[in-house]
Design a protein around this ligand. Structure first.
Ligand SMILES: Cc1cc2nc3c(=O)[nH]c(=O)nc-3n(C[C@H](O)[C@H](O)[C@H](O)COP(=O)(O)OP(=O)(O)OC[C@H]3O[C@@H](n4cnc5c(N)ncnc54)[C@H](O)[C@@H]3O)c2cc1C
Length: 446
């Protein structure tokens, strides 16, 4: 059974969905999203009906390797199909998932139903509460073999656990430190502008995200550090547009009709990882956290939905392998499966975010960012080498698409040498963007 606090089911049709579907429970509902090749791969293997629904709803199908100029990617290869993506505006993708869930045999979805707490039964292990269901805001109690908290970034699980006398989970929490200023556009003829420099480009003290979506729509987002007060003026649509126009690889993404009436800004997004095993002991049995309720990080790399799907597969497989008869064993097994298969992606993302924020700080201060971290140096050299060598390009894209970790890419025969050679001069390469001073005069004015 799925319990969803928001009452409205999705209407039919992409434009109805975009224009009218209210989802107060998801802050980022109308903010730009992109769904990575790993997400498409998981749809193919686990949820082909969702993919079919997405195609029917006008989702964009693209391949960031095959769509790149031949001088960058070299000849097409059979294995390049691994980079296929299917994407769309978040609400359109979510409606496709919801429609398949609605038809799934044995699955009951109760919308307009808010969970308010946990219900317990006899402990499966001394001193550790065992969850046997949930209590709704109406006071109604529902029993469950397993409660999966998927209430997102603002999950109240710690409070609910405290109320049943459980030890507090170990939360690592930090503001992710970025602010997003985004808008969606539509072309008159259904085409989408070409990506001239990748979907995510770090351009000095700002980053630009240009994301193709469904039905001839796309989004353009500027990402800044939350500490960068001067750039908060990017909330103003005219100033935002001037800033986007100043970016030679991005400006052409403005050649469409805006489909939202303003710049949508989002700040205060936290990086959070929640560990329900403290000192090797589950804080409770019969309950787990998944998706953003388990861990969430900087969204500009577009990994959240794919990481959530990976964890959902790990959950399904753990239930199949371990069963739920021994709640303690299940809690430990799911924790280990998550730690092994999912958490490394979260950690990699977090490390990259911390470096990027520190890099922005350094650039604002007018200095060069030179951390002594070989992992960061490797990922930056790989990004620089990507546009000079077909192998490096595929390695870079496969990491960006959540297919391979940077360390696995680096381990490919001969790749490290190439990356080292081709990425060596990256700090001297010109950035296709205004200098910090020029950006400030565009945004703040002279
Ligand atoms: C600005 C931004 C941009 C992003 N861009 C991307 C992207 O490009 N690609 C990508 O893959 N990811 C992106 N993400 C991340 C992605 O949105 C999340 O990873 C994803 O939505 C997590 O799914 P979830 O189901 O765990 O949580 P959510 O999508 O947050 O869903 C949680 C659900 O729980 C419901 N709920 C909450 N409390 C209760 C309750 N008490 N009872 C019942 N129901 C409740 C809510 O109504 C909501 O429907 C972005 C995130 C942000 C903030």
């Amino acid at each position: 059974m799925v319990l969803e606090r928001d009452a409205e089911a999705p209407p039919a049709g992409a434009e109805e969905i975009w224009g009218t579907w209210q989802r107060k429970g998801v802050n980022q509902f109308r903010l730009p999203h992109f769904f990575l090749a790993r997400y498409r791969d998981l749809l193919d293997s686990e949820l082909p009906e969702v993919k079919k629904g997405l195609v029917g709803a006008g989702a964009v199908c693209l391949n960031p390797v095959l769509d790149a100029p031949e001088e960058i990617r070299g000849s097409a290869r059979q294995e390049d199909g691994a980079f296929d993506c299917i994407s769309g505006r978040r609400c359109v993708v979510e409606a496709a998932v919801a429609s398949v869930a609605d038809r799934a045999a044995g699955l009951e979805i109760r919308r307009g139903t808010a969970v308010a707490g946990l219900v317990t039964g006899p402990s499966a292990h001394d001193g550790v509460p065992h969850v046997t269901g949930v209590r709704l805001s109406t006071g109604e109690e529902l029993t469950a073999d397993l409660v999966v908290d998927m209430t997102g970034r603002r999950s109240h699980l710690p409070r609910w656990l405290e109320a049943i006398g459980a030890q507090a989970p170990r939360d690592e929490l930090d503001d992710c430190g970025f602010v997003y200023y985004g808008r969606h556009f539509r072309s008159a003829d259904g085409t989408i502008p070409p990506a001239l420099g990748g979907f995510l480009m770090h351009l000095g003290t700002i980053s630009a995200l240009t994301l193709p979506a469904d039905n001839g729509t796309w989004s353009v987002t500027l990402v800044t550090s939350a500490k960068d007060k001067a750039l908060r003026l990017l909330r103003d649509a005219a100033i935002w547009e001037k800033a986007v126009r100043s970016l030679p690889l991005v400006a052409h993404w403005l050649d469409g009709k805006p489909i939202d009436d303003r710049v949508i800004a989002l700040a205060g997004i936290e990086d959070r990882h929640r560990n329900l095993m403290v000192g090797g002991v589950p804080v409770a049995t019969g309950v787990v956290a998944a998706g953003d309720a388990w861990a969430c990080s900087n969204p500009s790399v577009g990994r959240g939905a794919s990481i959530g799907m990976l964890q959902a597969v790990a959950l399904r497989d753990t239930i199949a392998a371990t069963g739920l008869d021994d709640p303690w064993e299940f809690a430990c097994s799911f924790h280990h499966a998550t730690a092994e298969m999912v958490e490394p992606w979260y950690r990699e993302t977090l490390a990259a975010d911390r470096h990027r924020l520190a890099e922005i700080d350094a650039l604002i201060a007018g200095s060069e960012y030179r951390p002594r971290d070989p992992g960061w140096e490797m990922s930056q050299a790989l990004a620089a080498a990507a546009f000079k060598d077909a192998e490096c390009f595929r390695g870079f894209v496969s990491n960006a698409m959540l297919l391979n970790r940077v360390a696995d890419v680096a381990a490919r025969p001969g790749l490290l040498d190439k990356v080292t050679a081709l990425g060596a001069g990256r700090r001297d390469e010109p950035v296709p963007a205004p200098s910090r001073g020029e950006l400030l005069s565009i945004v703040v004015g002279d």
